[in-house]
Design a protein around this ligand. Sequence first.
Ligand code: HEC
Length: 128
Amino acid sequence: MHSLMTAMIVAVATLTGACGTDGQPPADQDSGSQLSEAREMFNAKCARCHGIAGGANGFFSDSLHPRPHNYTSAAWQASVTDDQIREMIVRGGLHMRKSPAMPGFPTLKNRPVLDGLVRLIRGFAKRP
Ligand code: HEC
């Protein structure tokens, strides 16, 4: 039963998230456009599971077990390095011994927008 659920979640994740068609070549980008490209990508590919502001309150968040962490939490922010965030996005949960519902985005490897996503996720932290 559990493995069936997992298979279904992977299927949904594949259909909804992992089939990226964002094959643009890496461009020289200043950090402002890097961040706005990341914002667009996050809205399109990540927010449904992670919430528009990273609060784990997206359309699918409730149906994910485990659900994604709340990126506004200072404790979560302190628990991961930038490299771990990058690796999770590129490789996906299945290859990181985490939830297979987290799709991998291998085409983002070494793309400037990957750093933009890290900055965006860091920016979700609640300001004191
Ligand atoms: C189909 C739902 C889904 C989509 C789409 C998705 N994620 Fe995730 N993501 C998850 C889940 C569930 C986890 C939690 C994995 C765990 O902790 O076992 C996760 C974990 C992560 C993590 C690791 C940190 C953490 O929460 O433990 C990062 C970073 C992340 N996702 C970024 C992204 C980005 C960036 C995108 C879009 C490019 C994205 N995700 C798209 C479901 C999703």
